[in-house]
Design a protein around this ligand. Structure first.
Ligand code: ATP
Ligand code: MG
Ligand code: MG
Ligand code: MG
Length: 484
């Protein structure tokens, strides 16, 4: 049969070991630097090495070539889960890194070898395509002359697509960055009749799937000049940073419709169908997918020590779990159920991430407790929001106080309310929501000063939680989940 996800991960790491790389373990999902809440890419733990720090890894050795399978959580992709068939909130990024050692030529030719050699992934070279940064003639030359990729399999894009992080030339973040070259796989007409040339216009395709990004970090993005001019200083040397989504390459290699049908997710989806009595019917079964994907990210993050809470990382995880709870509810599940999926996550991921095995009991208990807590108000909250939205026209705006009440009384995170409202074509007045939250927090703070902290019931959440300014910044943080 086709390679399993575990076999693909192992092949990747041993391929790069055979090219002189040191294999290092995944860093925790808790980001190694303060630019994001969670680790969002394989390169993140290696920023110091890209900036010129010695390539020394205590306990493992010294090497300017490194390879990892890094667990990542992308907050900006949470809402994509279920909607697109290519985004996970938790993904494993396979990466090879060079700290001032090899550069574009080796990076691209080894990527090609790994993907096409029958000994490794054995993909059909005719189905591979690449994008490059607009004026990157070096990458163009390697692709066309050294690798032999036809010119009509290459597209050139600007920073939005082919610079990483994409916003580095504009608003930041500061740090290592550079142009990149992305590799796509043509999944064939079953997924659409668009062509590679169409992709230049649409930038979105179910057929042409991005599988691997080869980044060439050679700049250190610094604070812009007073007049706003961006500053991209040269790093001490040129680096390589690549990232291939394991879920995506597994989907391609296993030739399944999407990652929900690969060997990691299929058993979880099947169990969701069994527990709910609702069969999985492919792309239209949104709720099965959200539940299966989110239970994996919540389990992995809780195993890394994140406790569900009302601030920061803990609140991101609470939001993911509550989104999954609502989808379990839509599947007719009225009792805590998500925690029953944890053993399947452990089975799929525990081999590569042993912390899941040792933390299984704690993870299960945390998820079950959160489900019990949310299920106390979920049903009445669903009735409340359903009643409100049923009485409104498409295009209307839900008042912020209503969204706040849903948060405060029923435990509906704003994102959940927004998502449900969107299903009715209705948006939420977020500025009003922020005002209501701020007012409630002031009252809660004042009352707690006089020892009456229980006065505010559900606003206890707001009290322990976000300050108004933090709240306003939250969407920004979410966006930053995408990039460093
Ligand atoms: P996309 O355009 O599909 O959102 P991206 O350009 O944001 O992907 P990169 O930041 O270049 O992704 O990350 C490197 C690789 O990691 C991608 O080529 C892809 O294989 C994988 N990847 C990125 N985001 C996700 C995700 N949310 N789920 C699964 N795999 C992902
Ligand atoms: Mg992309
Ligand atoms: Mg990319
Ligand atoms: Mg993306």
């Amino acid at each position: 049969g086709p390679l399993t996800t575990a076999e693909i991960r192992e092949k990747y790491l041993s391929f790069f070991e055979s090219k002189g790389h040191l294999r290092l373990p995944s860093h925790s999902l808790i980001a190694p630097d303060p630019t994001t809440l969670f680790t969002v890419a394989g390169m993140q733990p290696f920023k110091p090495q890209f900036m010129g720090a010695p390539a020394q890894f205590p306990g493992y050795g010294e090497n300017r070539r490194v390879t990892t399978a890094q667990k990542c959580l992308r907050v900006g992709d949470i809402e994509n889960v279920g909607r697109t068939l290519r985004h996970c909130s938790l993904l494993e990024m396979l990466g090879n890194f060079s700290f001032g050692d090899y550069f574009k030529r080796e990076s691209l030719t080894w990527a090609w070898e790994f993907l096409t050699s029958p000994e490794w992934m054995g993909l059909d070279p005719a189905k591979l395509y690449a994008t490059i940064y607009q004026d990157d003639e070096e990458a163009f030359r390697v692709w066309t002359q050294e690798i032999g990729l036809p010119e009509d399999h290459i597209l050139r894009f600007g920073a939005d697509e082919n610079f990483w992080p994409a916003d580095a030339p504009k608003e930041g973040p500061n740090g290592p960055c550079g142009p990149c070259s992305e590799i796509f796989y043509d999944r064939g007409p079953k997924y659409g009749d668009d062509t590679w040339a169409d992709y230049a216009e649409t930038r979105e395709s179910a057929r042409f799937l991005e599988i691997w990004n080869n980044v060439f970090p050679q700049y250190d993005r610094q604070d812009p000049l007073p007049d706003g001019t961006p500053v991209l200083a040269d790093l001490p040397f040129k680096n390589i940073d690549t990232g291939m989504g394991l879920e995506r390459i597994a989907t391609v290699v296993q030739d399944v419709y999407d990652f929900y049908s690969n060997d990691v997710f299929a058993p979880i989806i099947a169990r969701v169908a069994e527990l709910s009595g609702k069969p999985y019917e492919g792309p239209q079964s949104l709720s099965h997918r959200v539940v299966a994907e989110h239970i994996r990210s919540v389990s992995m993050t809780v195993a890394d020590g994140v406790a569900l809470s009302n601030t920061g990382r803990g609140y991101v995880i609470r939001k993911i779990l509550r989104r999954a709870s609502r989808h379990a509810y839509l599947l007719g599940l009225r009792e805590p159920t998500l925690y029953k999926l944890v053993p399947l996550v452990v089975q799929a991921m525990g081999g590569a991430y042993p912390e899941l095995v040792t933390e299984e009991a704690r993870v299960t208990a945390a998820i079950r407790a959160e489900e019990e807590r949310f299920l106390k108000t979920l049903e009445s909250g669903m009735q409340r929001i359903g009643g409100l939205l049923d009485g409104m026209e498409r295009g209307a705006i839900l008042p912020g106080e209503e969204a706040f009440l849903l948060y405060d009384t029923y435990g509906f995170p704003l994102d959940l309310t927004k998502e449900i409202a969107e299903e009715y074509g209705i948006s939420v007045n977020e500025a009003e929501y922020a005002e209501s939250l701020e007012k409630a927090q002031e009252t809660a703070r004042a009352s707690s000063k006089y020892g009456k902290s229980e006065l505010f019931g559900g606003t206890q959440e707001a009290l322990e939680g976000l300050s108004p300014t933090q709240f306003v910044g939250y969407d920004e943080l979410e966006a930053r989940g995408e990039v460093l």
